[in-house]
Design a protein around this ligand. Structure first.
Ligand SMILES: [Zn+2]
Ligand SMILES: [Zn+2]
Length: 205
């Protein structure tokens, strides 16, 4: 399977991770980037991204040059929230992940999908409520990597950047971590073999 270019919503999520949600303009996550070549908030942001990262600046069109670059930047590590860095959340680079290219989708690039802001904010809130560190053992996954894991569902929200497998590094039991996660915005979860799966299925991006 091959990963496609991000949806407009995912492009807006990527831009918001770099420049803040307010930079998307008053419409926020609306899935509308504006006309190519126009001065809409999103087309201007894409051009800013291209200029800052040494890409050819065009009409603000999101192409593979942009997607490869954002994946590289996030793989190298961007502090997304006070306690979580993109380098610990990518496909094949989170703690328990396998980075053998043979099992990843073409153009996975560690970020086959954007990390959902609301979901990561739930994890940040869980971390703050717990009061100590949370280790993410698996974050976003491409479809082929996800399928390689025993017992995984093709509908897994890991492939949507909305689920995290994690542990509290001994600070509390997995059952307690699940409970803390569910009271901090995650909509569902379960205790797995040595990890807690937490996911967010709400309407927030
Ligand atoms: Zn992958
Ligand atoms: Zn999981």
């Amino acid at each position: 399977m091959a990963i496609e270019l991000y949806s407009n919503i995912s492009i807006q999520q990527a831009l918001a991770w770099l420049y803040g949600k307010d930079a998307l303009g008053p419409c926020g996550y609306d899935g509308d980037l504006g006309e190519p070549g126009s001065d809409s908030y999103c087309r201007q942001l894409i051009r800013r991204f291209e200029a800052e990262y040494g890409l050819a600046v065009d009409g603000g069109v999101w192409g593979w040059d942009c997607q490869r670059k954002i994946a590289e930047v996030l793989t190298n590590g961007v502090q997304l929230t006070p306690h979580f860095n993109s380098a610990e959340l990518g496909c094949g680079i989170a703690v328990s992940d396998n980075d053998d290219p043979a099992i990843h989708s073409t153009n996975c690039l560690h970020f086959p999908e954007m990390i959902n802001h609301t979901a990561l904010n739930c994890l940040e809130a869980t971390r703050c409520d717990l009061g100590s560190g949370i280790q993410v053992t698996s974050g976003v996954r491409c479809p082929d990597y996800n399928a390689s894991l025993s017992g995984s569902s093709s509908e897994s929200l890991h492939t949507a950047g909305r689920a995290f497998d994690c542990n509290a590094m001994g600070a509390c039991s997995l059952e307690e971590l699940l409970e803390i996660g569910l009271r901090n915005g995650f909509t569902w979860g379960y205790v797995g073999n040595g990890y807690v799966h937490l996911q967010y299925t709400g309407s927030g991006y």
